[in-house]
Design a protein around this ligand. Structure first.
Ligand code: IPM
Ligand code: MN
Length: 359
């Protein structure tokens, strides 16, 4: 029995979360496990009503769950930053979800904007550090509002944060890299940084990366790419990549690029992981206000996030089946992954995946 906290959130979040839950229930029936779901109303509506983003008790309460399934956070009526910082980032930090795992995998039948590339070429994972960097909020203004105003925002990392993220990434490469999966002759971990300019932060990352790799992971091939070059190769030669590890800010940016190469926000999912605690699973795309309530949004990203949850909970057979079901639907059913162009409604796409899982 798994206790799952569900935070549908804003915009299209509730619609896509309902489909993820539909598929979760189908998987639970099929693979004989139970789920006990508890919904939380954190998001814009609650904020507008009460002025509160996350109540003080929320973090302690959420700690008691086995996992958290999140829809989307963000609303056009609320200024940018309030809900994102007050809910999403707060949970990532408070629950110490120090890994943001984002697979970039092109499923069969899905159109990619990359010319002449297919599912064989676009199949890698980004391990984004999720608690440090420019996201710590370290900084401030002086002389605000004057012509001499100064704004500073600092990238912050300590060795402990870097080491624990690298350890996760090396372990991940060993367990799920291309060699292990029979897709190549080696497992490779690439560090994505900017050692030529960010000569403190990425010097630390690179030293830690090389030390750990040499001492503990001699079986894993190590590569280094600057972040700008990473973007270039993600477009030109995505087949080069296996597992990429990077800091929080670069990870945020390159995973949107990765997402569009795998078919966009309709399919891209991520996991905020605390390997020793409670993890949170979410579609990468936002709340898509203009599609809210129309039943046209693609729920596959939320379903894929739920699939990552199954994997993390240790329900590996159910996870594999859910992924195969999504792949069947992209290959044989959907006309497009874009909202309103799928050839099916949001609920029908959920039904198609759930039916496949039940088979
Ligand atoms: C993401 C999002 C968030 C981030 C925003 C909404 C705070 O872009 O999950 O990638 O920057 O991490
Ligand atoms: Mn992002």
């Amino acid at each position: 029995m798994y206790k799952i906290a569900v935070i549908p959130g804003d915009g299209t979040g509730p619609e896509v979360t309902a489909e993820a839950v539909k598929v979760l229930r189908a998987a639970a029936d099929k693979f004989n496990f139970k789920v006990d779901l508890t919904a939380f109303d954190f998001g814009a509506e609650r904020y507008k009503r009460t002025g509160e983003t996350l109540p003080d008790s929320a973090v302690e309460e959420l700690r008691k769950f086995d996992a958290i399934l999140l829809g989307a956070i963000g609303h056009p009526d609320v200024p940018p930053g309030i809900l994102e910082k007050g809910i999403l980032l707060k949970l990532r930090f408070a629950l110490d979800q120090y890994i943001n795992l984002r697979p970039v995998k092109l499923y069969p039948g899905v159109e990619t904007p990359l010319k002449d590339k297919g599912p064989e070429d676009i199949d890698y994972v980004v391990v984004r550090e999720n608690t440090g960097d420019l996201y710590t909020g370290t900084g401030g203004f002086t002389m605000k509002g004057t012509p001499n105003e100064v704004a500073v925002q600092s990238a912050v990392y300590n060795r402990f944060q870097v080491d624990r993220c690298l350890k996760y990434a090396f372990e991940y490469a060993r367990k799920y890299g291309k060699k292990t999966r029979g897709k190549g002759d080696k497992n490779t971990l690439a560090l994505c940084g900017k050692t030529n300019v960010l000569t403190f932060i990425y010097d630390l990352w690179e030293r830690a990366f090389n030390e750990m790799g040499q001492a503990e992971y001699p079986d894993i091939e190590k590569e280094y790419y600057h972040v700008d070059a990473t973007c270039m190769w993600m477009v030109k030669n995505p087949e080069w990549f296996d597992v990429i590890v990077t800091g929080n800010m670069f990870g945020d940016i390159i995973t949107d690029l990765g997402a569009i190469t795998q078919g966009g926000m309709g399919i891209a999912a991520g996991a905020n992981i605390n390997p020793e605690g409670v993890s949170m699973f979410e579609p990468i795309g936002g709340s898509a206000p203009k599609y809210t309530g129309k039943g046209v949004i693609n729920p596959l990203a939320a379903i894929c996030a739920m699939q990552m949850m199954l994997e993390t909970l240790g329900e590996e057979r159910a996870a594999k089946k859910a992924e195969e079901a999504v792949m069947f639907v992209t290959a044989n059913k959907l006309k497009s992954l874009s909202a309103g162009k799928m050839g099916y409604s949001t609920g029908e796409v959920g039904d198609l995946v759930a039916e496949q899982v039940a088979k």
